[in-house]
Design a protein around this ligand. Structure first.
Ligand code: LLP
Length: 385
């Protein structure tokens, strides 16, 4: 929760805004880095979770690499201190222009998702007289036990290369002279809280790695993607995710071959808990069966509840009332799905109260829109208010 002096500072600021606790961010980054270094694992932060420059500068300073999914993310990462040689570029639909941006930066590698993409990158690299290091993003058909919209590693998903395509791809790679196969890449989904999913991924990856070894191919990089979930229900009890147990799963279940490095791409787990969306209550509307607390932030600032029915803890941080009442906490956007939470028990709430929507540091600001011609939401940082 927030200290009194922080809440006093919030009262003077125009709302809504994202508040980022940079001390918590640093503490989280330090723990994750220390735990992964014990095993020699390399971490590439997934920019899609939060690409706010202040957040990126904090992360790049701690020695993280970057996982990008657009040309603009590649540029943003490098502008904010990430070493191009620690940048990977994923995504099923990289445009020629985006590939050229990444080729010009000589990034660590392209995570490639189809034969056709390999052909295109090879052609563009040849045009520049360059060689592109590539990893094959493989669809392992492993269940992530998470929301279906953020499951990516099943055959039915659009992501990755399926095992029945391996022979054709290896055959073609022999002729694609401007590509160098350096890695195998996997990512099964996001907000994964059951670590068994990662264990199942490791078992499948070992089989696939062995299959490639059988073809005398030993890629240096084994990248198992991101996906570690966080505790949206009890953020204060679990401000820092359990990175130790997470890395231990990989230590226990991956069978790396000599010379292979394990890479991971955490996004949410690094940044979610350090961010809260702070919004002001504009109106209270008492219906027959429901009380609405209508806020000045909505799905344009944080779309996760509307898009995935995601839960975020909601707290009135200024009311001192002893009386507790249930509210549907909603935004001002002209959509019925513009609701942050239903039947949220809060102290009696009035116009002007401040509400914090917690665990919003990941996939909050990055997914903001200007629907209804709203202003883009801004960030505010601890230590600066
Ligand atoms: N690597 C790849 C290839 C990915 O596709 C993703 C996320 C990550 C890494 C990072 O995953 P994380 O560690 O953050 O789970 N907007 C959704 C989440 C979409 C995740 C997409 N891919 C949400 O708000 O829950």
């Amino acid at each position: 929760m927030f200290e009194e002096k922080t809440i006093e500072a919030f009262r003077k600021l125009p709302t809504p805004f994202y508040y980022y606790d940079l001390d918590l961010l640093q503490a989280t980054l330090k723990i994750a880095m220390e735990e992964s270094t014990k095993h020699g694992y390399k971490l590439h932060y997934a920019l899609k979770a939060n690409s706010n420059p202040r957040i990126l500068q904090t992360i790049s300073k701690m020695g993280y690499g970057a996982d990008c999914v657009s040309g603009n993310e590649v540029s943003r990462a490098i502008e904010n201190g990430f070493d191009p040689k620690q940048v990977v570029f994923s995504g099923v639909g990289k445009s020629d222009q985006e590939i050229n941006v990444a080729l010009a930066q000589d990034i660590l590698c392209f995570n490639c998702e189809s034969l056709q993409e390999l052909e295109v990158i090879n052609g563009l690299a040849a045009g520049m007289g360059a060689t592109a290091d590539i990893a094959l993003r493989i669809n392992p058909n492993v269940h992530a036990f998470t929301h279906k919209y953020i499951t990516t590693g099943l055959e039915e998903n659009k992501f990755g290369i399926n095992p029945w395509e391996f022979d054709a791809i290896l055959e073609r790679l022999k002729q694609l002279r401007n590509l160098e196969l350096v890695g195998l890449h996997f990512h099964i989904g996001s907000q994964i809280t059951d670590l068994t999913a990662f264990k199942n991924l490791c078992v499948r990856v070992n089989e696939i790695n062995q299959w490639f070894a059988g073809q005398h191919i030993f890629p240096r990089i084994i990248n198992l993607g991101g996906g570690l979930g966080i505790d949206y229900h009890h953020p204060d009890d679990n401000l820092v995710p359990d990175f130790k147990s997470y890395f231990n799963v990989f230590r226990e279940f991956t069978e790396l071959l000599p010379g292979q490095e394990l890479h991971l791409e955490p996004g949410r787990a690094l940044v979610a808990q350090c961010g809260s969306l702070i919004t002001k209550v504009l109106y209270i509307k008492n219906g027959v069966n429901v009380n609405f607390a209508i806020c000045d932030a909505g799905m344009t600032e944080l779309i996760r509840p509307a898009l995935y029915q995601a839960f975020h803890k909601i707290q009135n941080i200024t009311s001192r009332s002893e009386e507790k009442i249930k509210y549907d906490v909603v935004g001002p956007i002209c959509e019925s799905s513009d609701c942050f939470g239903k039947s949220v028990l809060m102290p009696m709430t009035q116009r002007g109260d401040l509400v914090a929507i917690r665990s919003a540091g990941a996939y909050g600001e990055t997914m903001a829109s200007q629907y209804n011609l709203r202003d883009l939401v801004k960030g505010v940082y601890s230590g600066e208010i």
